[in-house]
Design a protein around this ligand. Sequence first.
Ligand code: GUN
Length: 293
Amino acid sequence: MTTVIDGKQVAASVIEAVKSATQALETDAGVRPGLAVVIVGNDPASHAYVSSKSKMAKECGFQSVQHTLPEETTQEDLAALVAKLNADAAIHGILVQLPLPKHLNSEPIIQSILPEKDVDGLHVVNAGKLATGDLEGGLVSCTPAGAMVFVRQTHGEDLSGLNAVVIGRSNLFGKPMAALLLAANATVTTAHSRTRDLPAVCRNADILVAAVGRAEMVKADWVKPGATVIDVGINRVSAPEKGEGKSKLVGDVAFSEVEKVAGVITPVPGGVGPMTIAMLMANTVIAAYRKAG
Ligand code: GUN
């Protein structure tokens, strides 16, 4: 029998833990976690993600601040806002929603966030800590941290002897995901658009993680029977069966056929997605605890 992971349920238990930790921090140290989310421009999907993040921050008992900047914001304006948030003692976490509009250069902005406030785990200091196996000292990128909760739930803390394949090599997901799997002793392959015979590479995976942004690319015959399949893709495709002009969200995995082969699989929506937000809340409360000493 294939297990379909209920990401909403797992995320809800992370959120409960964050709420308790937030209350304890307020009672013991008089500190309320503060999260600032910055969004530039008009991308509707980004606005939807950001409002869920701000809403969940409030629900956790945080001070939640959202900065919505116009499309024509300059590099200097955005840098000035990050500098202000860096200096604000009530803000423990800063998230600049990506992608930024094309005229802005995201890299210097991300690297200007103080590493201890970088709840996205994208600063080179945090990426470097993860790459060198320091899992306690830094902040880990939220989506891979969330995916790793599912992997641990299924396989335990020690992945010795297991082959893991991550499809995708982005700084936001693929690289940190591979580093987390490696730190847990898996044998890790990072596959990407230049990989030769990707289906054969995937068939070797006990743990297959797909983050390519191509709707339903991973087919049943790419998957080793019984494998754990984590789908990180969120792709909007047309859904004429729901009516004219309608669309739906699908992952990078062809769920209905892969479900028949996999041992464990995450759905889209309702798999990794809710975990990203939950881990962002967890990172913010961790950052606040560290600041409180
Ligand atoms: N855009 C899509 N996912 C993310 C994320 O996890 N963090 C940020 N900053 N932007 C994103």
